[in-house]
Design a protein around this ligand. Structure first.
Ligand SMILES: [Zn+2]
Length: 128
């Protein structure tokens, strides 16, 4: 099983940008709280601050989600192939387009029966 490598490179860039945005947000809030400013400029600074903080929050939530996806290994999907004539049974990896009762051609064992997908299941987590 190969674990997907976390994309640490982009995470570092996002962290740096988020840190810059946080500083910008704090700075603009500081400017906005300066009572001597024109109210429209105060609103402008507040807007910039809110946008900066929104970016910080979004980038961190996206990063956390990315980590979760990186640690998550999708369950293995398997298709059960059975022969209609003999007792031949095979379990193969699920392929796109597989569905239950799909025929896959002649049985390799008895050469008369038709092989068809009998079931599709996930090789789930060990917990039962
Ligand atoms: Zn067969």
């Amino acid at each position: 099983m190969s674990q997907p490598k976390p994309r640490s490179g982009s995470s570092i860039v996002i962290t740096i940008v988020a840190a810059v945005m946080a500083v910008v947000g704090l700075y603009t809030i500081g400017l906005a709280l300066n009572g001597n400013l024109d109210p429209t400029i105060q609103i402008l600074y507040f807007t910039i601050a809110v946008l900066a903080f929104t970016f910080v929050v979004l980038s961190f939530t996206r990063m956390r989600r990315g980590v979760r996806i990186g640690a998550f290994t999708p369950p293995k999907v398997l298709s059960v192939v059975k022969c209609g004539q003999c007792s031949f049974k095979q379990i193969k990896n699920f392929a796109l387009g597989d569905f239950v009762f799909k025929t896959l051609g002649k049985c390799t064992q008895c050469t008369t029966g038709d092989l068809s997908i009998n079931g599709i299941y996930t090789e789930g987590s060990p917990k039962k």
